[in-house]
Ligand binder design. Sequence first.
Ligand SMILES: CC(C)(COP(=O)(O)OP(=O)(O)OC[C@H]1O[C@@H](n2cnc3c(N)ncnc32)[C@H](O)[C@@H]1OP(=O)(O)O)[C@@H](O)C(=O)NCCC(=O)NCCS
Length: 176
Amino acid sequence: MVDQSMHLFRTMTPADVPAVMQIQARCYGVSMQESEAAIRDRLEASPDLSWVADTDGRIGAYLVAYRSRLGKLGALGAPFDIPADPDSLYLHDLAVDPSCKGQGLGPALVRMALRKADDESLPYSSLVSVQASKEFWERQGYAVWTDLDVRQALHLDTYTGPAWYMVNRLKPEATT
Ligand SMILES: CC(C)(COP(=O)(O)OP(=O)(O)OC[C@H]1O[C@@H](n2cnc3c(N)ncnc32)[C@H](O)[C@@H]1OP(=O)(O)O)[C@@H](O)C(=O)NCCC(=O)NCCS
């Protein structure tokens, strides 16, 4: 792992979106690309829950999240509801530019998100794992959660390839 002190981890701004689009294009196949409008909508809805790793002005990785409920997941590219009573920080998209992989940027962004979840006393964090990332997420404390209702489970089919709904129980008293 390289020295992470060379990276600045900060919240995403609208000016970062073009760089985010480029990383998305390098990390995902065409069927998994989200539109620039969808990414801007998520940022506008939750500006405090999107982060980038910035190295001398070059964006190397990003993480986009929003407040959600345990058992609710986003369909790819679809609008989403932010509940009035969230109990989960939903990590919608984590991507590290291929040139920056293996440097711990992904785990560092996840830690940043989980600190935010802790600040807000959210008992869970959740996500959909794609592109054979399940083991990576297990290393970050997430486990596959299979109690989805039929409607939510159908959202998994909007992703290309195997997709897993995963949950990280952040509070000992949280039940899953
Ligand atoms: C998956 C991803 C976020 C990992 O980010 P990263 O910053 O490169 O992560 P690192 O290489 O520093 O890995 C951290 C640890 O996870 C492991 N790891 C990384 N990718 C993994 C994978 N796909 N499966 C299993 N383990 C993985 C590493 O070996 C490392 O283990 P260690 O802590 O024992 O050293 C990154 O590869 C990526 O952006 N992939 C493309 C987009 C994507 O698929 N995102 C996830 C969608 S749910």
